[in-house]
Design a protein around this ligand. Structure first.
Ligand code: ASP
Length: 297
């Protein structure tokens, strides 16, 4: 067993954007439970990679967020998922885009990394791969999906502009000093079939290396254009900026394209950072060297 350090941290998000006046008590309680359990897993020596997959799987399965069970259908009435996961220590990652009919898109992303020579599978090929390796499907179960908290059936209606959105994500540092991140979404509402956002693009919606682990949420088109999590990492890695400044600079680029959103970031020294220029960011963090964070607005 490797020597275990006394530094570990987990950060979670349940998406950018909060509708004023809506009751997010269930979301807050859920994020609180998950961050406590995630921190306990890391304290007991679990890897950051396993912990972020577990946390995002729980967020997907809850139906409380616009990911997994809480996802909105596209214009054709079909739910298409995007997800990614990355291990900063090994530099390996996997992702799926426009994936259909799989209960845990993040598990499919992990399988792409571990069971194929590829990094990203999309569309029919991704769905066929998930079938082939036996990942649990959703099937035709009409009761599977539920409206994510804060989303109305009216808002989920194909709007054309696809402004409503939601995502879940996790970033963690384990006791062996390894960072990992994972992100999963049903994407923006009313999206065209085949539309892919930032979430499955490693370096945009999700990133981890030896310095940081980050997960983004917001209008994916603008995060792709702004460079997202990869831009934040590069600013820190090249010594240009401390994490808060790097995150702000990337979000300012997102804003310059007309978008908004937020991100969570865990650094190798066990700190957790959050920033957003949307109306709130559902978030939580806990670690051996930081105070517990749990907030919506
Ligand atoms: N980034 C996601 C997407 O564009 C949506 C979100 O984070 O809310 O698909």
């Amino acid at each position: 067993m490797a020597n275990l350090s006394d530094s570990w941290t987990i950060a979670l998000h349940g998406g950018a954007g909060v509708t004023p006046g809506r009751d997010y008590a269930e979301v807050e309680a859920h994020l609180g439970r998950l961050v406590d359990e995630g921190e306990a897993r890391l304290a007991s020596g679990e890897s950051a990679f396993n912990t972020v997959e577990w946390a995002v799987g729980e967020l997907e399965a809850s139906g409380l967020y616009t990911a997994g069970r809480g996802s909105a259908p596209n214009r054709a009435g079909v739910v298409e998922f995007d997800a990614s996961i990355i291990c900063g220590a090994s530099g390996r990652g996997g992702a799926v885009a426009a994936l259909q009919d799989v209960q845990s898109p993040v598990a499919a992303a992990r399988a792409v990394m571990e069971r194929t020579p590829h990094v990203l599978l999309c569309g029919e090929g991704a769905t066929a791969f998930a079938r082939e390796i036996g990942l649990p499907a959703i099937g035709g179960d009409p009761d599977y999906y539920r409206l994510a908290i804060g989303v109305t059936a009216e808002e989920m209606r194909p709007a054309g502009d696809g402004l409503g959105h939601g995502t879940v994500g996790a970033a963690a540092l384990d006791r062996q000093g390894r960072l990992a991140a994972a992100t999963s979404t049903g994407g923006v509402f009313g999206k065209r079939p085949g539309r892919v956002g930032d979430t499955p693009i490693l370096g945009a919606g999700c990133w981890a290396d030896r310095h940081v682990a980050a997960s983004c949420t917001g209008i994916g088109e603008h995060f792709i254009l702004a460079g997202g999590a990869g831009d934040v990492s590069a600013r820190i890695r090249y010594g240009e900026a401390a994490p808060p400044e790097a995150m702000r600079a990337m979000l300012e680029r997102v804003a310059s394209f007309g978008g908004n959103g937020g991100l969570i970031l865990v650094t190798a020294d066990g700190q957790a950072h959050f920033d957003w220029n949307s109306n709130g960011l559902k978030r939580a963090a806990k670690g051996s060297r930081i105070a517990r964070t749990l907030a919506i607005l």
